[in-house]
Design a protein around this ligand. Structure first.
Ligand code: ADP
Length: 553
């Protein structure tokens, strides 16, 4: 900036200086030229009248005059010259001023010297005898004057140079200093020259626009981060080089890393062959999917190539925890297989007995036994189908309408019909506790009571007891069904709630069990927002505890 100002100032100064010199010198040169010419004419007139009167002798008396006088005859021969010997001078008839004077009585001309540094002005006058008297004077030309003034001109130029440098430094400092001090964060608060106002207003507008855009971008980024962070699914974004651009908490947990691995090569974080292969496949084909078991859970990985600007920008990995789905699928498969099996056994027995009866292969006295068998197997089938229907209803019904139910009164109601069954097994059945109102579904609560009490009687020992207790547990109602029966081995305890699981298959069948009772109980309890626990010691008995939310007053 300083350099440019310096150059401009210097150039302007030099141009002004030169223009001034040229103009002044031109004007002075013309003025003095005119004065000199006028003097020359006067001197010629004076000398001419003197020669007219005194002849050439007058000229001989002259010496050291301001102008040179040359006296020429009518044929151009130099008769006398104040500055040179007349003999050495050539004939002047061809000289312009002489020629003019001879012709018209007066002539003028000007000629440059050989070096162009001098210019000689001539004035010639024809005298009465036909001779011509010429006066001439030489003066320096403009170039010679300039050459002569070179030193002062150079001195002035040097002064201009120094002054320009000084001015340029000061000017640039004065211009640049406020510019450097500009507060571009608050452009309109700057108090500098007016010329900057439009620019500062423009900057302020741009700043506001950029601030707005940055805020909008940040908001979107925050929203995106919040969504990604709180996603249940894992999400990993990789760039083309396979480096991690973004990873959320779920994905970090899956890969046993933390969110600080951003920027690292994915292979450094996870070397699983299948995942690497899936990423490669997605890069080539656009999408790939794999299922992986890790830490006892099942995961579905969807890998998609991200294309941008006509090329591959990276890869996105979506990780879904599909353990429940896989579990449900397996359960469904097992359930279907179990249902078929459970239905087939009594049906085969029915068909076998029916065939024997049809072919009259049964003795008359055995017929009632075979018919009874068909009836009991059919009854088993009916109860199995009823249980399956109950379970599927529980599976389908997501939200059941609840009502306030006195659990104690309901237990009393449901236990009564079981008294005969208990008596047959010589088991004492009793109910203790106090009325507690729960928020539940009456039908499901009945189901729970009948199944738990039924099992407690079924899997009891002769002379044993079943105690049903209903009590207030603060926020919850607590129902316990305790028996003194055969108990459940520890390893079987977590499995008794599974569909069709029986500890002792033959005993369960003997007692007409379907293996679905406890499964229905667990579902029913969960459907009402409750919880079921089991404590059991083989040989000593079992206690099932059901915790249900109380009706809020
Ligand atoms: P089931 O129709 O066979 O009784 P459940 O689902 O009701 O089927 O019970 C599953 C299994 O759990 C039973 O087969 C039995 O082996 C065991 N079980 C359930 N309740 C008791 C209990 N009170 N005492 C001992 N074993 C029990």
């Amino acid at each position: 900036m300083t350099k440019r100002i310096f150059r401009s100032v210097l150039l302007a100064a030099a141009a002004v200086l030169l223009a001034c010199i040229v103009l002044i010198m031109g004007a002075l040169y013309d003025y003095f030229g005119a004065v000199q010419k006028k003097q020359l004419r006067e001197e010629l007139a004076l000398a001419a009248s003197a020669v007219e009167q005194g002849g050439v002798g007058y000229l001989e008396t002259l010496g050291g005059e301001t102008c040179r006088l040359t006296y020429v005859s009518a044929d151009g021969t130099v008769l006398f010259d104040t500055n040179a010997s007349a003999d050495t001078l050539e004939n002047h008839a061809a000289r312009e001023e002489i020629r003019e004077a001879l012709n018209s009585g007066y002539g003028e001309s000007a000629r440059y010297s050989a070096t162009l540094l001098e210019r000689t002005v001539y004035c010639a006058k024809r005298l009465s005898d036909g001779t011509v008297l010429r006066a001439s004077v030489s003066r320096a030309t403009v170039p010679s004057l300039v050459v002569g003034m070179l030193q002062p001109i150079l001195l002035v130029l040097l002064a201009a140079l120094i002054l320009s440098a000084f001015l340029a430094r000061r000017l640039s400092k004065r211009i640049v200093e406020p510019l450097n001090a500009l507060d571009l964060e608050h452009p309109l608060e700057n108090n500098v020259y007016d010329e900057l106002s439009p620019m500062l207003t423009h900057i302020e507008m741009q700043r506001r626009r950029i601030d707005g855009q940055v805020a909008e971008l940040k908001k979107k980024q925050d929203e995106f981060s919040a969504v990604v962070r709180n996603m249940n699914e894992g999400l990993v974004l990789l760039n083309r080089a396979g480096e991690i651009l973004s990873i959320n908490a779920a994905a970090a947990a899956f890969l046993s890393t933390d969110e600080g691995c951003v920027g690292e090569d994915f292979l450094a974080v996870d070397r699983t062959h299948e995942i690497d292969r899936a990423i490669r496949a997605a890069t080539e084909e656009g999408h790939s999917e794999i299922r992986i078991d890790r830490g006892g859970r099942a995961y579905q990985l969807g890998v998609s190539r991200i294309d941008a600007n006509g090329g591959e920008a990276g890869v996105a990995l979506l990780i879904f925890d599909v353990t429940d789905k896989v579990f449900a699928e397996r359960n469904r498969r097992e359930f279907t297989a179990n249902v078929s099996h459970e239905l087939k056994t009594p049906l085969q027995s029915i068909m076998g007995s029916a065939e024997l009866l049809e072919n009259r292969l049964v003795k008359a006295e055995d017929v009632p036994r075979f018919v009874g068998q068909i009836r009991s197997e059919a009854a088993r089938l009916v109860s199995l189908i009823e249980d399956i229907i109950r379970l599927s209803q529980l599976d389908e019904q997501t939200e059941l309408p609840t009502e306030s139910v006195d659990l104690y009164a309901l237990a009393k109601e449901e236990i009564a019909p079981l008294a005969r069954q208990a008596e047959e097994k010589r088991v004492t059945l009793s109910l203790t506790g106090a009325p507690v109102t729960v928020s539940g579904v009456r039908r499901l609560l009945s189901e729970i009571l009948v199944n738990l009490c039924g099992n407690a009687i079924k899997y009891n020992v002769e002379g044993g007891s079943v105690t049903v207790t209903v009590r207030d547990g603060g926020e919850n109602a607590i129902l316990t069904v305790a028996d003194t029966g055969i108990g459940i081995p520890e390893e079987a305890q977590p499995r008794v709630f599974e569909r069709f699981y029986r500890v002792d298959k033959s005993r369960s069948k003997e007692t007409g069990g379907t293996g679905l009772g406890l499964s229905i109980v667990k579902h029913a309890v969960q459907a009402m927002g409750g919880e079921i626990r089991l404590e059991s010691t083989p040989g000593n008995g079992s206690t099932f505890t059901v915790i249900l939310p109380k009706m809020k007053k």
